[in-house]
Design a protein around this ligand. Structure first.
Ligand code: F0G
Length: 466
């Protein structure tokens, strides 16, 4: 990775530009669509002659790279210990000495036997991106885009966020010695996330609006001030966020799962994973790609609505409302990219209710894994896909758990205390759901500091199903 030879291709009109020429809002000047990073080996790349002679243009060799990537796991170099930069041959966007890393990536792929069993699936897996340094999948994208900010000489970076992007950006900026500006919707992000951006030293601004309003304000700020935009419209973010696709394949010994299920908010992650799997296929690492499905919360479901209306024309933004605050987004920037991934892989979009999210989150917790509410939409959505036969028992499914359970402990505590959902939200509950809620809810017992009292409580508990 001595040279960073890449270009940006507009996903709308196909125009190619040099990375350094992108506008501050990363929109195409011709058609205002979003860019993606293109290398000489990318599918359909149009590559100027001069560039091809600069020595980095080669077609990656899957056999050699599989070995090299494994070998790097035992290296002591920071770039090798990163689960993003370990794959650096496929994201040559910065010089190695410019990389800012917190040793992100290389997250576990867990089995979920109890949930699989209850759904009648043979094998269900969870790729836990909450096990990243700042507790969410955003770290994989942030190491990539922030390293680009450093190589372009920026001293300020900024993002609008529902909490996880800001936590990741603040941490990586601090590591690099850059200043960072965070715009978040006031009162609408989880405390854990807010505290992170403060802890990592960001200039944290709570705006009296929602996430979509924060995006608008930031759009103007980056036009008027030399700050580098680190929202997921920045195509370099997606280069980092594609690497979990490589990890999943590696962890499954290059057997391709049938299905990957991702939460949908601003819709960048589904796009990034789609790009990752497509590159693996194009380069000959695998012969087919998995289906990629996106799950949205019912109250923040613009892509779901667009699909229901035939999947044509422009997406209609919605006024978003859900307790899964990470995905409370009504006007997703990357919806066209995500729609292309769904079409290319044969995946679906589903929506799930607040009640379904709460139950799925508790079930993931009860596996000893845990995740934040936005991540639990994946399991809630999978249940729907299984129920109507879109996912069969023999299919290998991987749920992308995007954030750690500690990101939003308030939600978890309310669930277990039984005061998370409103009466209206609980109204349509089936008997089976009611029983599942009762089985999973673990309200803390407040007892006298007396051994006998505690033992009596233990006996009572032991008489209940686990
Ligand atoms: N899950 C979590 C935990 C998230 O934080 C987000 C997005 C998503 C899923 C959705 O991913 O936007 O790529 O579709 N969080 C952003 C943020 C918007 O600001 O932290 P997406």
């Amino acid at each position: 990775m001595s040279l960073s030879v890449h270009r940006l291709r507009c996903t709308g009109c196909g125009v190619r530009i040099d990375g350094a020429q992108a506008q501050s809002n990363f929109r195409c000047v011709e058609c205002s669509d979003l860019f993606e990073v293109e290398y000489a080996w990318s599918e359909g790349a149009v590559w100027p002659e001069g560039l091809a002679e600069r020595g980095t243009v080669y077609r990656p060799n899957p056999i050699a790279l599989k070995h090299l990537w494994q070998e790097r796991k035992s290296s002591t170099m920071a770039v090798d210990q990163s689960g993003v930069w370990r794959f650096r041959e496929l994201l040559p966007i910065v010089r190695e000495d410019r990389v800012v890393t917190l040793r992100e990536g290389d997250t576990p792929l867990y089995e979920m036997p109890r949930v699989a069993n209850s759904l009648g699936l043979n094998w269900l897996l969870a790729k836990h991106q909450g096990m990243n340094p700042t507790g969410s999948f955003k770290d994989t994208g942030m190491t990539a885009a922030l390293s680009v900010a450093v190589s372009r000489g920026f001293t300020w970076v900024a993002c609008a966020s529902t909490g996880n992007t800001s936590a990741a950006m603040a941490a990586y900026a601090a590591r690099a010695g850059l200043r960072s500006l965070v715009l978040i919707p006031e009162g609408k992000i989880a405390w854990g996330k807010l505290s992170q951006s403060m802890d990592y030293g960001a200039t944290t601004v709570q705006l009296k609006t929602d996430f979509d309003g924060c995006v608008k304000v930031l759009g103007e700020i980056v036009k008027r001030s030399p700050v580098y935009l680190l929202n997921s419209v920045n195509p370099y973010r997606l280069e980092g966020q594609k690497t979990p696709a490589f990890e999943i394949l590696e962890q499954l010994e290059w057997q391709v799962p049938q299905h990957i299920i991702v939460p949908g908010g601003n819709l960048a992650n589904s796009s990034a994973l789609g790009k990752g799997f497509a590159e693996m296929k194009h380069l000959g690492f695998i012969k087919r790609v998995p289906k990629i499905s996106v799950i949205q919360a019912e109250g923040a479901n613009p892509l779901y609505r667009w699909m229901q209306n035939g999947g044509e024309g422009q997406l209609q933004p919605v006024k978003a409302e859900t307790r899964a605050s990470a995905i409370r987004i009504g006007n997703p920037a990357s919806w066209k990219k995500a729609a292309r991934v769904l079409a290319a892989t044969g995946g679906w979009v589903e929506q799930v209710s607040e009640r379904e999210i709460a139950l799925a989150k508790a079930e993931i917790g009860a596996e000893g894994i845990g995740c934040e509410p936005a991540s639990a939409v994946t399991l809630a959505g999978l249940k729907k896909l299984v129920a109507d036969g879109r996912v069969g028992p023999e299919e290998t499914v991987v749920l992308l758990l995007t954030g750690h359970t500690l990101k939003d402990s308030e939600y978890t505590i309310h669930f277990h205390r039984g005061d998370l959902l409103t009466t209206e939200e609980l109204a349509g509950q089936t008997a089976a759901e009611r029983a599942a809620f009762a089985r999973l809810q673990r309200e803390p017992l407040v007892l006298d500091a007396d051994v006998d009292v505690v033992l009596r409580a233990l006996e009572k508990e032991a008489g209940q199903p686990a």
